[in-house]
Design a protein around this ligand. Structure first.
Ligand SMILES: *Cc1c(COP(=O)(O)O)cnc(C)c1O
Length: 357
């Protein structure tokens, strides 16, 4: 690891903290942020924690024009005994580098990235909410900063980490959602940016999301960008189906984001001796299984919700209800187990948690 001293400049005017019952998601930000610079001569340098404040950027900064940027998302959890836990943070920093490679952004030292997260979380530790299901969302991101309008990779960057206290995803208990199977727009194609966590993928997804919401659906299920036959993922989540006692999830084909929750879910299912197929899965296969009565559960996986059961699918006007629109037993079991590990209530046999101290 490159041993770089993180300079800490504390705020002289701490903000008042929001009421824990009205946190929602991504609305409030803590008192500090981490910032580090990249230049070709110095590499990544000058890591510091400074008071949270607007950035000053040249309007010609390349990120505004060509979207050369990447991000990550993970959480810090407050355990009843006062400890603070992160969930597999190295995975996020490793994935950040996979995104970096695709977007021509210089890599971050994984260990140093985790150290930066830990240091910032410690500085703002009193912002971590303690009520059941709440957490501190951590958003690391990198933007390209050359003041230049030519199309090329930037030569300078900023790596920033901000923190946001967030509420329980399911304040009234885990709740199935209605999903629209998107047959008009596509999110990504193999060879494109699908496997990278980059703002461009979200820019491409907004129109479909807005249209689906107008029709009364929570999110869209993306199909492959070429044949619109094979299942990819759901909005900000990977997707799983339980058919006849076995679990199916789309293989990482290059157009799907490799979720940390997806990976954890697969490891967990295997440890429970439940067969997991990582495969090409057509939407027709899912509808056939439903018609045969073997489609038992469907659910999404992601950091925000952990597990989000799918109660209904609408594919070109054909609506199917899954598990009577209720949360399935397996979805609940995975949810309880992973959140149990995250909040230090279930023994962490996988060594997934990292304590911030
Ligand atoms: C972040 C993300 C996921 C979920 O990844 P986790 O690491 O499990 O949070 C899934 N799909 C997309 C498109 C994402 O951006």
């Amino acid at each position: 690891m490159i041993k770089q001293e993180i300079r800490i400049e504390r705020t002289s005017s701490p903000k008042s903290k929001p009421d824990q019952s009205s946190l929602g998601f991504g609305k409030y930000f803590t008192d500090h942020m981490f910032v580090m610079e990249y230049s070709p001569d110095k590499g990544w340098h000058d890591p510091k924690i400074v008071p949270y404040a607007p950035l000053q950027l040249d309007p010609s900064s390349m990120v505004f024009h060509y979207g050369q940027a990447v991000f990550e998302g993970l959480k810090a959890y407050k355990v009843d005994d006062g400890r603070i836990l992160l969930f597999r943070p190295s995975k996020n920093m490793e994935r950040l580098n996979i995104s970096n490679e695709r977007l021509c952004i210089p890599p971050i030292d994984v260990e140093f990235g985790v150290e930066a997260i830990k240091t910032l979380v410690k500085v703002d530790a009193d912002w971590i909410p303690s009520e059941e299901g709440t957490s501190l969302y951590i958003r690391p991101f990198i933007i390209s900063t050359d003041p230049y309008l030519g199309v090329k990779p930037s030569s300078t960057y900023k790596f920033i980490i901000i923190l946001s206290p967030v509420g329980a995803y399911y304040p009234e208990g885990i709740n199935p959602v209605k999903i629209y199977v998107e047959d008009k727009y596509v999110r990504a194609v193999v060879g494109g940016l699908g496997y990278a966590k980059t703002p461009a993928n979200y820019a491409a997804s907004l129109k479909a999301q807005v249209d689906a919401m107008k029709k009364g659906y929570t999110q869209v299920l993306w199909l492959d960008g070429i044949e619109k036959k094979y299942i990819e993922e759901v909005g900000t989540m990977n997707v799983f189906f339980k058919i006849n006692g076995e679990v199916y999830t789309p293989a990482l084909s290059g157009s799907i984001l490799p979720g940390v929750t997806r990976d954890s879910t697969i490891e967990l299912l295997k440890s429970w001796n439940i067969k997991v197929h990582e495969d090409k899965i057509s939407i027709q296969q899912i509808y056939d299984a439903h018609a045969e009565g073997t489609l038992e559960e469907a659910f999404g996986t992601g950091t925000a919700a952990v597990i989000s059961p799918i109660g209904e699918l609408d594919w070109a006007g054909n609506k199917i209800t899954i598990n009577n629109g209720e949360t399935g037993g397996l979805a609940k079991r995975i949810y309880d187990y992973i959140t149990g590990i995250q909040y230090g209530k279930v023994k962490d046999e996988f060594g997934w948690t990292v304590e911030v101290k």
